[in-house]
Design a protein. Structure first.
Length: 447
């Protein structure tokens, strides 16, 4: 049977695209080899943030002692994880309902390429005028001697946990390791983070890492930067991780969070699908792959690995397929957040990236201990930074580290999307006393 559209993967971009095409009367086939809804709903953003809701509530309750509120904190970990799984189920069934449309054929199997323009799944062959790959990424499994075959955790099985591990070793100091590691520590596990880089969140600015490290240590986390792991062993109960300097660490649980690798459909490369230098599906500005009428969106296409990016890719590919060539993979201000405490909210470029891109860039920084709300709430660990173009006054980027900074950074994202300059921000009257009040104060440092 021939379809108007084939979508491989039910991630953040693929689902709404399939649903919109079906609603417009097109015949659509959707392939999903795993759980409907992809990473975000099942093993990513949704469960991790539901988990952090409990973990951060515990952390905040303990931190309240500094402002003379003393709580006896007890985390019912099995119940926390039951709630997380309940939230996953709710979202997943919502996603399943969205795909239950008469014009959508849902194939619950892995799709493989059979030549450049056809797919096979469950022994059946499918042809479509347009194929959109939304296959996402999977947790990377590093080749550490002894690791394979042990019952280690990744984000893919973390949310099946029922009991709290007394001790947890986290391998990886990126956002997934930090969010889940801080979450476990706040739930009561003794957490060690083994990080091959010399600081956590090594892709962010050094003072963002430093603020986060202060907070992680306050939570009792043992941070080991520059850790070179040489062996992992599991004796049936306990993990032992050995470093190059022969230091050993023991724990009941081991969480591996060392990055994510793209899911490439079987047969795709043989059919001529090109990959970029990092192994992701190579696409042009309009999401077109090297195969005719085959497009790729979201994580698998090397886009910044965020749900809102994959979802925004859907809006762009939909417009592009309707003939609007003005939409491209990069016509947006990129923002994202790390949901540790403090949070790291980012928009656009850092100073280093702006200078490297040739901008006449300048940055100003306001420490949070100069913001009234932060002092009043006793949450002064962090800073606000603004990067501007000194020739055009354009806001090029921002790094906000602090309490709920992932919310606050949208002020900058909106300014940037609207083409506002730092002068507009400087003139804005923000409410006293809020964290947001710090943003015009930050811009005033440029006057
Ligand atoms: C722990 C964790 C926390 C995260 N937190 C956040 C966050 O707070 N905010 C944020 O923006 N992002 C977050 N992310 C990232 C976010 O989840 C991903 O960027 C987003 O889900 C990517 O979606 P996607 O549409 O590209 O693909 P995915 O959602 O990964 O979907 C791809 C789907 O394709 C299916 N598939 C793959 N190959 C085939 C095939 N050959 N045939 C059939 N089906 C196939 C897979 O089973 C999967 O269901 C997090 C990720 C993780 C792991």
């Amino acid at each position: 049977m021939r379809y108007d559209l084939a979508v491989v993967g039910t991630g953040q971009g693929g689902k709404p695209l399939a649903s919109d095409f079906a609603a417009a009367g097109k015949r659509v086939v959707v392939f999903e080899r795993g759980a409907i809804g992809g990473t975000c709903v099942n093993v990513g953003c949704t469960p991790s943030k539901a988990f952090l809701a409990s973990a951060h509530a515990a952390g905040r309750a303990r931190r309240a002692a500094a402002i003379h509120v003393h709580a006896d904190v007890r985390v019912d970990f099995p119940a926390v994880m039951e709630r997380v799984r309940g939230v996953i189920d709710e979202w997943r069934s919502g996603n399943e309902r969205r795909l239950a449309e008469p014009n959508i054929t849902l194939v619950r199997a892995e799709a493989a390429f059979d030549g450049p323009n056809a797919l096979v799944a469950n022994g059946e062959r499918y042809e479509a005028d347009v194929i959109v790959l939304n296959t996402g990424c999977s947790a990377a499994h590093p080749s550490i001697p002894g690791l394979a075959g042990t019952p280690y955790l990744t984000n893919e099985n973390f949310f099946t946990l029922r009991g709290l591990p007394a001790r947890t070793i986290v391998i990886g100091g990126g956002y997934i390791g930090l969010e889940l590691g801080q979450g476990l520590a706040r739930c009561g596990s003794a957490v060690t983070i083994l990080n091959s880089a010399d600081r956590v969140l090594a892709n962010e600015e050094a003072d963002a890492s430093a603020a986060l490290e202060r907070s992680l240590r306050e939570d009792g986390i043992d941070l080991r930067p520059g850790a070179k792991i040489t062996a992992v062993r599991h004796d049936g109960t306990c993990f032992t991780v050995t470093l190059a300097d022969r230091t050993t660490f023991e724990s009941e649980a081991l969480l591996v969070a060392t990055g994510r690798t793209p899911n490439i459909p079987p047969g795709a490369v043989d059919a001529g699908l090109a990959r970029d230098a990092r192994g992701f599906i190579a696409i042009d500005d309009h999401f077109a792959t090297s195969l005719p009428n085959v497009y790729a969106i979201g994580d698998c296409a090397g886009q910044p690995q965020f749900t809102h990016v994959s979802w925004e890719d859907y809006r762009r590919i939909k417009a592009i397929l309707a003939g609007d060539r003005s939409r491209t993979r990069s016509d947006r201000v990129l923002g994202y957040a790390t949901f540790t405490e403090p949070q790291v909210g980012r928009a656009g470029l850092t100073l280093a990236a702006a200078l490297a891109a040739g901008h006449a860039a300048r940055a100003v920084t306001l420490e949070l201990d100069a913001v009234a709300r932060a002092i009043e709430w006793n949450e002064t660990n962090g800073f606000f930074r603004l990067v501007v173009d000194t020739q055009t006054d354009a806001i090029l980027g921002a790094t906000l580290v602090g309490y709920e900074a992932g919310e606050l950074v949208h002020v900058l994202i909106a300014h940037m999307e609207a083409g506002g300059t730092w002068r507009t921000l400087e003139r804005s009257v923000h409410i006293h006393p809020t964290y947001a009040e710090g943003l015009p104060s930050l811009a005033r440092l440029l006057v």
